[in-house]
Write a protein that binds this ligand. Structure first.
Ligand code: HEC
Length: 117
């Protein structure tokens, strides 16, 4: 009788573990695309991380990504979205590398929304 009680106890424990795991699975996953993509909060950190080393104030590439004004101007030419998405007719950026999908989606949405500061 005692052994059966222990068996049921273990069964209930096991079952509650499964229930717990299920709860974790249905928890909302963080979404990398906010409703409004903002330069300061979302775009500037990507530029600092992946672009400004070559496109900062002292670069000679002719393209600047280091400030809101400079990046907005670049965005309006279509080259920002074209280059990070590796679209034909644009030079793929960053050179010899790829941004992570989230960063590409953030930049693309930011430009589509008109480049909010
Ligand atoms: C290792 C240096 C380097 C990095 C890092 C880099 N770029 Fe560039 N980028 C260049 C150079 C050099 C050119 C000019 C290429 C040419 O004209 O032949 C260029 C050109 C561009 C152009 C013009 C593309 C076109 O089709 O005319 C854009 C836009 C650009 N970069 C944006 C970016 C962005 C955004 C990032 C970060 C995601 C980035 N770059 C990272 C070196 C770099």
């Amino acid at each position: 009788m005692k052994a059966i009680n222990i068996f049921y106890f273990l069964l209930v424990m096991l079952f509650s573990q499964c229930m717990h795991k299920e709860k974790v699975l249905v928890a909302p996953t963080p979404n990398c695309l906010p409703d409004t993509v903002r330069y300061t909060a979302h775009i500037a950190p990507i530029m600092i991380r992946s672009c400004n080393a070559c496109h900062g104030p002292f670069n000679t590439t002719g393209y600047n990504t280091f400030s809101f004004a400079e990046l907005s101007a670049l965005a309006q030419t279509g080259k920002l979205v074209g280059s990070v998405n590796h679209m034909p007719d644009y030079i793929a950026m960053p050179i010899r590398s790829n941004l992570d999908t989230c960063s590409i989606m953030l930049i693309t949405k930011w430009v589509a929304q008109g480049g909010v500061e």
